[in-house]
Design a protein around this ligand. Structure first.
Ligand code: PMP
Length: 360
């Protein structure tokens, strides 16, 4: 045995939604936005001065921080940007969670959190959601080294209000509380108004979902001075130039197009309402969603079977083979056309007529 092998990292990495190696299919498995980014993003990229690429980008993406600061009504020194919110969250974990006590987050939530804990040797404890998949804020009133709350939560799609976040913050004045708001723009309530009261709150957001820019990798954190300076120190101890110049320019353009952003959100929310009703009509059970996806189970059919059946129709949704949620499908809201195709396929399946994979 080569002894160096025992020094290699031993970690189960995060698994993202499948990216099939073909073009003609309906992709509802990665919570991507079905609509293109703002036309202003297209112009910003088309008119980008490529000569400038010989220079390093702005180390802190200051033009983007300024655009975000203005957009959210906070000083730009309180904004930190990174390569997607995964990058920002990983740096938050590194910068904020250095206690011997475990950090806390729900048993069912974004499955990258345990991966970062393993990667960074952060002890953690998961607290079960209740039977309706709600986070129980009272569970977070215990000693800990930090708290992470995804709100609205993924993959459950359930969003909670500010009172709920405030309850968790009030019990955790001695820990940093990260609120992951990847999906908040689709109808959740942001914790940003609480920043003034809680210097230990970090709100993390992304351009990947509501701004259709998953491929460009723009995420950011808004927090008080101390948390932002810890984040900057963590970044500058790892990789000082996280956002490239094109992403900075395109991000600024996206932030400037409020009308387009609002109209895209409205379309997705309307399609979500329609799909929720259609699924319930077919007997699916699902909570009201505050996100761009639905989390549905059917009392008569196995989620894994439905997922397999939909693949035969070139429709990809997400199935998690995990305790408590292996009876559920996570379905991203697509265009109306894509969702019509999904509804027809599911109607066919649940009415039994063409079902090649038997229900139970
Ligand atoms: N948080 C949650 C809850 C997510 O689902 C995702 C997307 N997988 C992210 C953060 C990261 O998104 P991104 O890195 O594209 O900003």
């Amino acid at each position: 045995m080569n002894l160096w092998k025992k020094n290699l990292i031993d970690i189960a990495p995060y698994v993202a939604g499948e990216q099939p190696d073909k073009t003609d299919f309906i992709k509802l498995n990665a919570n991507e936005n079905p609509y293109p980014p703002s036309p202003l993003v297209t112009s910003a990229i088309n008119s980008f001065d490529t000569e400038s690429l010989r220079k390093y980008p702005d180390a802190n993406a200051v033009p983007l921080l300024k655009a975000l600061g203005e957009y959210y009504g906070v000083p730009y020194k309180n904004v930190f940007a990174g390569n997607g919110s995964d990058d920002v969250l990983a740096l938050c974990f590194r910068a904020f969670f250095n206690s011997d006590k475990p950090i806390l987050y729900p048993d069912i939530t974004y499955s990258f959190y345990p991966v970062w804990c393993h990667m960074l040797n952060i002890p953690y404890e998961t607290l079960p959601l209740d039977d309706d998949f709600n986070i129980r804020p009272e569970d977070y009133a215990r000693e800990n080294g930090g708290v992470v709350i995804c709100n609205p939560n993924a993959p459950t799609s359930i969003g909670r209000g500010l009172d709920f976040i405030r309850m968790i913050l009030d019990e955790n004045k001695d820990s940093v509380v990260i609120v992951d708001e990847a999906y908040v723009d689709f109808g959740g309530e942001s914790a940003l108004p609480l920043l003034k009261e809680y210097p230990n709150l970090a709100v993390v957001k992304t351009f990947s979902k509501s701004r259709s820019l998953a491929g460009l990798r723009i995420g950011f954190c808004i927090a008080g001075d101390e948390l932002i300076s810890a984040l900057r120190a963590a970044k500058d101890s790892y990789n000082s130039y996280p956002l490239d110049s094109v992403a900075i320019a395109a991000g600024c353009a996206s932030a400037a197009d409020e009308d387009y952003y609002r109209s895209t959100l409205e379309k997705i929310i309307a399609t979500r309402t329609r799909l929720t009703a259609a699924l319930r009509e077919m007997g699916f059970v699902l909570p009201d969603s505050s996100t761009n996806f639905l989390f549905a189970s059917h009392p008569e059919y196995r989620a894994a079977d439905i997922c397999g059946y939909l693949k035969t129709k070139d429709i990809y949704v997400r199935y998690f083979d995990k305790p408590r949620i292996d009876d559920r499908l996570r379905i991203t809201i697509g265009t109306d056309e894509e969702i019509d195709a999904l509804i027809s396929a599911l109607q066919e399946y649940t009415s039994g007529g063409l079902n090649p994979l038997a229900g139970r």
